[in-house]
Design a protein around this ligand. Structure first.
Ligand SMILES: Cc1cc2nc3c(=O)[nH]c(=O)nc-3n(C[C@H](O)[C@H](O)[C@H](O)COP(=O)(O)OP(=O)(O)OC[C@H]3O[C@@H](n4cnc5c(N)ncnc54)[C@H](O)[C@@H]3O)c2cc1C
Ligand code: SF4
Length: 486
């Protein structure tokens, strides 16, 4: 155990954020650089190294949290990094972006604020990069087997890294112009600067993984050709079809899916545009959808100089304490104030959009809504609550309905889908087609980065077994796992 009295002597402290007035004028990460390191050893000392570490169960990767907390407490950063990488290929992504279900499952959290596990995680990996301690791990010998990975989000990258290190020759195909999936073009720079992705890709290239950008499998290369060229295929193509809102006025100019709006803002940061082709500047912005994607639209609109930002959510506002039906150690649905929400704007709950109203040029000007309430378990409009709010840019952030079924990927591979529209797979993450595997949002449905990495690692083991008959690679999860409800 780090320090038997750590949790008695020190309260929970987390990373400091920069003042709102400063950070909305730039796109850098919201945290004060270097603010964690002075506190992190004490924070790690709060870990009690419980006999049954429920945090392992909370983390889909099964991260060895008490072990690296102990090393972080002793400031043995190299050993901490080794333990962290034993279960997680990309802790700099999860340490910044994970909602930390591990902390909801922390035993200390039963009656005290939980250990700041995520902040310890990111401190360990940032320290390791700074110390030049994250080295390529090229395989000692090659297997002579080849694998194609379709999609370069966290699932594809994790699968590719595991398989390359196991000695297979791996090529990652990405239809976008840059590697990273939603890490690159969904998640804004202020949540994670893209230099973190670039650094990992360099490491992966040095290990032997090949990357092919601007190639869409199903359109540019058909499935039959790919299967002929490679011994196995991993589909990690994400769940990229956005849920639409088919109400009157949807066709007006100025109404966009979040994933039409956010990538353009990210491309400005990459230097592709001077100004974003879709911008919130000077406009009344309405974001429909109260989740993380919606919050990313809110933070992006603030930085682009929106006149106002309103985020709408159809469900009631969650509580600030656990509900009785979401007891410890499950991951509770709580009212969250993200960094984007700290920066301003209004959040409106229990409302549903009825239609949009435009001007004579076909540009959206107003959004009409009504309040809703649950009656007999169904969300029902409340009579007399209809009103309209100004809306000159509307982003739809209501989730995703599954993997792309139009680019030929599903049909050409003859893939079976499950009842939720995701690519079906067996316990080894293999689809109905022998030698074709699936990992991440494409198989699980819209989820989280930590799950995508866990799926990529687990699918890699399935592929390795398929190619060689056995595998030493770890498999943190089964396809059906929904550990502690996240
Ligand atoms: C705006 C936004 C913010 C989010 N924020 C968070 C967060 O803060 N924390 C968190 O944990 N999760 C977050 N998520 C969810 C998380 O990003 C996803 O769960 C995760 O990225 C899924 O990883 P993946 O590898 O399965 O797919 P993706 O990241 O979607 O990557 C799939 C890739 O496959 C490529 N592709 C698709 N079809 C083809 C084809 N036919 N040929 C070649 N390439 C193809 C796509 O271009 C894409 O690059 C967020 C999601 C969004 C949309
Ligand atoms: S990956 Fe997420 S759940 Fe796992 S230890 Fe890190 S913050 Fe916690």
């Amino acid at each position: 155990m780090a320090d038997p009295k750590g949790f008695l002597n020190h309260g929970r402290e987390v990373a400091q954020t920069r003042p709102v007035g400063e950070r909305v004028r730039d796109w850098n990460e919201v945290y004060v650089p270097g603010s964690l390191l002075p506190i992190i050893s004490k924070q790690a000392s709060r870990c009690m190294d419980c006999g049954i570490p429920f945090c392992h169960q909370g983390c889909p990767l099964g991260n060895l949290i008490p072990e690296w907390n102990d090393f972080a407490y002793r400031e043995d950063w190299s050993a901490a990094s080794e333990r962290l990488h034993a279960t997680n290929n990309f802790p700099e992504f999860t340490g910044r972006l994970c909602p930390a279900p591990c902390e909801s499952a922390c035993v200390l959290g039963i009656n005290q604020p939980a250990v700041t596990i995520k902040n310890v995680e990111v401190s360990i990996i940032d320290k390791a990069w700074d110390a030049n301690d994250v080295k390529p791990q090229a395989p000692e010998r090659l297997s002579g087997k080849t694998v194609a990975v379709i999609g370069s989000g966290p699932a594809g990258l994790a699968a590719a890294q595991q398989l390359t290190r196991a000695g297979h020759t791996v090529a990652v195909y990405e239809r976008a112009d840059r590697i990273g999936g939603l890490l690159r073009y969904g998640i804004p720079e202020f949540k994670m600067e893209k230099r973190h992705i670039n650094r990992r890709i360099e490491q992966m290239r040095a290990e032997g993984t090949k990357f092919r950008t601007g190639v869409e499998i199903g359109r540019d290369i058909d499935a039959a050709k790919l299967r002929k060229r490679y011994d196995a295929v991993v589909i990690a193509a994400g769940a990229t079809i956005s849920r639409d809102l088919p109400v009157p006025g949807r066709e007006l100019n100025g109404i966009h899916f979040a994933m039409e709006y956010l990538p353009l803002a990210n491309k400005v940061q990459e230097g592709d545009f001077v100004a974003p082709p879709i911008t919130a500047e000077g406009k009344h912005v309405v974001v429909i959808g109260g989740g993380d994607t919606g919050a990313d639209c809110v933070g992006t609109a603030h930085r682009q100089g929106a006149a106002s930002v309103t985020q709408l959510e159809i469900m009631p506002r969650p509580g600030e304490e656990r509900n009785a039906n979401q007891p410890w150690p499950t991951f509770p649905m709580l009212y969250k104030v993200t960094s984007a929400h700290e920066e301003g704007g209004e959040r409106v709950y229990s409302v549903s959009t009825t239609h949009f109203e435009g001007d004579e040029d076909g540009n959206v000007q107003f959004l009409h809504l009504t309040e809703v309430e649950f009656i007999d378990g169904k969300l029902t409009p409340k009579p007399g609550t209809e009103r309209k709010i100004p809306a000159q840019l509307v982003t739809l952030a209501m989730g995703f309905t599954g993997t792309d079924r139009e680019n030929g990927l599903v049909d050409q591979f003859s893939l079976e889908l499950d009842e939720r529209g995701n690519v079906a797979r067996d316990g080894d993450f293999q689809t109905n087609v022998p030698g074709v595997f699936v990992a991440g949002d494409a198989g699980r449905g819209q989820s989280l980065i930590v799950w995508a990495i866990a799926e990529g690692r687990s699918a890699a083991r399935g592929v390795d077994r398929f190619l060689t008959g056995a595998s030493d690679l770890p498999s943190p999860i089964r396809p059906t796992d929904r550990s502690l409800m996240v």
